[in-house]
Design a protein around this ligand. Sequence first.
Ligand SMILES: Cc1cc2nc3c(=O)[nH]c(=O)nc-3n(C[C@H](O)[C@H](O)[C@H](O)COP(=O)(O)OP(=O)(O)OC[C@H]3O[C@@H](n4cnc5c(N)ncnc54)[C@H](O)[C@@H]3O)c2cc1C
Length: 312
Amino acid sequence: MTTTLSPLPMILDEVEVVSVERLSTSFVRVELGGPALADFGIDGPVYDQRIKLVLPGDSGTVPLFVGDESWYATWLDQPAEERGHMRTYTIREVRGSGLDTRLVVDVVLHLAEGATGPGSRWAAAARPGDRLVLLAPRRGVPFGGIEFVPGPARHLLLVGDETAVPAISSILECLPEGARGAAYLEVPHADDVLDVDGPLGVEVVWLPREGAPVGELLHAAVVSHLGVPAPVPATDVEVDPDLWETPTYSSSGEPLTGGGVAAGPHPDLYAWIAGESGVVTRLRRHLVRDLGIDRRQVAFMGYWRRGVAMRS
Ligand SMILES: Cc1cc2nc3c(=O)[nH]c(=O)nc-3n(C[C@H](O)[C@H](O)[C@H](O)COP(=O)(O)OP(=O)(O)OC[C@H]3O[C@@H](n4cnc5c(N)ncnc54)[C@H](O)[C@@H]3O)c2cc1C
C-alpha cells in the first residue's frame, strides 16, 4: 500500500508543511505544498471550498492510502494509530502555480475549551517539513464541497464562528465589487480579529466573545440584523450533530426545495451560516421557523459539535 499520485478523481496524496504562522491566540496558518498540488484546480472561485487533511496518528507515520476506489475502506481497515485522523478544513488561500502551488489552511486551536482534538493538537505543534495527506479537488474533475451558492440574491448574510472564519474570509475575497450585505464573525478573543478584504458594500462585524457562551453574540447579531427584537435563544432545541441543510442537501431528510423564486420575508436575502451545530441549529430555527425565510435562501452547516469528535 502506498500513497501515490493516484488516478483517483481527486488529489489524495502526501503534502508537506511549507510554513507555519501563529496568527493569533486561536488561529494557526499552515501552508501546504508538494508536487501533487500541480494538479490542483477548481472550476470557478474558491469560495468555501472544503478539503480533508489526514493527520498522522500515534505511530507518527504518514497515513497510507491505495490509489483506487477502495481508498476509504482500506484506510479505515488500518489500525487507528497508523491510519491517523481525517479532518475537514477550508482552503483559505491558493498561492503559486504548477509545482509551486500551495494551499493555505487556517486551523483553530481549541485548547481553551477544555477539549481538544487531533486537528487542533497537530496545528499547535506543526513545523515546516511535517508530512500529512491531503484530499482536494483535481483540476478538471467535479469535486463538490462549495456550499456558497447565492443565486440571484441581492443581500448576503454570512455568519460563522471561528471555524468558519477561513470560509467567510475566502468568500468575501471572491465576491464581486458590487456585492451587498453583512458578515458576522464570532471569535474567542479580540486578537483573533484578522485582516480580511471584501467589497465595500458588505459590512464585516467581528464579535470577540471573551468568555461569553459560544454563539450568544452571533445569535443576537443575526436576529437584530434581520430586524426583529432579539429573544433569548432557546437552549432546549434538539441538535442535529450532522447538521447540514442547504438547498441541495438535507441531513434531516427534509424535502429539497430545488430552484425557483423564494417566497416569504427578505426575498432578496441569501444566508450562509456555519459553526457549532447547536448554535447553527438555533439560528436555523429562528430564520426558517420563526421568520419564515425560505429554505432556498439559506445554507446551515454544523462545522463542529461541542463535546463530539469529528467522524472521519
Ligand atoms: C466544511 C467544513 C470546513 C471547516 N473548516 C475549518 C477551518 O478552515 N478551520 C478550522 O479550524 N476548522 C474548520 N472546520 C471545523 C473542524 O473540522 C472541526 O472543528 C474539527 O472538529 C476539528 O477537529 P479536531 O481534531 O481538532 O477536534 P475533534 O477531534 O473533532 O473534537 C475533539 C473535541 O474538540 C471539540 N472541538 C472541535 N472543534 C472545536 C472548536 N473549534 N472549538 C472548541 N472545541 C472544539 C469537540 O467538541 C470535541 O469535544 C470545518 C468543518 C467543516 C465541516
